[in-house]
Design a protein around this ligand. Structure first.
Ligand code: HEM
Length: 333
């Protein structure tokens, strides 16, 4: 269902010499027709971004289970270890959006309105941090109980996740803390990558890149759902739509890189076990990786379909700014 809202026009837009800015007469909902069209918002959060988030989570669960099994873990220990990967990855990508894609100043649009949108996003970060920080504390405890880690690895992973929890808590008011947290998260996932690769330097690097791409994707998807979309709903003016669209596009560039990276590094790691047509992939262990190939195909379809159906955001124009232009109603008055 679409709700037509009255866009809060910036002073620049109101002062625009373009005569196309007119208001409809006194109806209950009074849309303002602006040169670029109407800012509208759908009541429901689109399904596809949520589906992507769940699919990435599932793929990570299968990956961590596969590796955990090869390392001799079983039962609850597998789930416990996966929780550490998920918490680190979600926090890393989340902080990357907070510190790198979100900008206080966006060239060419009203600075006050951009700051108001950013403030609303940071309010959401303030809420989400209270979910991420406890998960990171859990992540900090995992290395202590994971038997195969060298003492230095367990120490670094344990202390690193605890420091990251502090950085997550500081991130709403401190951009640098967020940036540091994102870098630390990549570092900690790299340490897991080394620890899980039996000292093989190539495998350590490939696994580290696989995990970094996972983190950027998962955490960005979390920020979009938990901060960008709810804040965008509260700021239905063209400047906020443009700022939101730019942030989303920065994240899309990351996803465009993460998707082929995760597929290529995953395929490389998988082919170390058996050839493409091997019965290994249908066996007790192999199905976990075969299922991941299916999940990555689902993600490709979502990535292509999302912008096609303007499903990345419920606010019209955030997915594709051209929607506002294409939708511009005829000029009256
Ligand atoms: C969004 C998609 C994906 C995510 C989020 C993901 C995530 C993960 C994670 C978290 C691990 C665990 C690493 C560890 O425990 O050290 C892993 C391992 C693995 N992944 Fe993926 N992965 C994805 C896609 C793929 C694909 C498409 C393939 C294959 C073509 C693949 C192949 C593998 C393999 C073979 C391993 C285990 C490596 C080993 O232990 O030797 N992954 N992945």
């Amino acid at each position: 269902m679409n709700r037509v809202v009255e866009p809060n026009l910036s002073s620049d837009q109101l002062a625009s010499p373009n005569p196309a800015v007119v208001t409809a007469s006194s109806t209950a909902i009074r849309p303002i027709v602006v040169p670029l069209g109407l800012v509208t918002v759908r009541a429901e959060t689109p399904l596809l971004p949520r589906a992507a988030f769940v699919t990435i989570t599932l793929a990570s669960l299968l990956g961590a289970f596969f590796t955990g099994r090869t390392l001799g873990l079983a039962g609850a220990a597998l789930l416990w270890r996966w929780s550490a990967f998920w918490a680190l990855a979600a926090s890393t990508g989340f902080l990357a959006w907070r510190s790198f894609y979100l900008r206080d100043d966006e060239p060419g649009i009203d600075a006050g309105r951009v700051r108001a949108l950013v403030a609303a996003q940071l309010e959401r970060v303030r809420i989400v941090r209270w979910a991420l920080a406890p998960l990171l504390v859990v992540a900090a405890l995992v290395p202590v109980t994971t038997g195969y880690l060298a003492p230095w690895q367990a120490g670094v992973l344990c202390a690193g996740a605890a420091v990251m929890a502090v950085l997550v808590l500081a991130s709403p008011r401190n951009r640098r803390a967020g940036a540091l947290g994102a870098v630390l998260g990549i570092g900690l996932l790299s340490v897991w990558g080394v620890a899980d690769s039996h000292g093989d330097p190539y495998l350590s690097v490939v696994r580290g890149v696989h995990l970094a791409a996972f983190a950027a994707w998962l955490g960005g998807a979390l920020f979009n759902l938990a901060a960008a979309v709810p804040a965008g709903r509260l700021h239905l003016n063209l400047d906020a739509v443009v700022a939101g669209a730019r942030q989303l596009e920065r994240f899309r560039v990351v996803v465009r890189t993460a998707l082929p990276t995760i597929a290529a590094t995953g395929a490389w790691m998988a082919l170390r076990y058996a050839g493409v047509a091997s019965p290994f992939w249908r066996g007790e262990m192999g199905w976990m990786i075969s299922a991941k190939v299916g999940l990555i195909l689902v993600l490709v379809v979502i990535f292509i379909t999302c912008p096609l159906y303007r499903a990345c955001s419920p606010v019209r124009g955030v997915c594709d700014l051209d929607d506002l232009r294409a939708d511009a109603p005829e000029v009256r008055g």
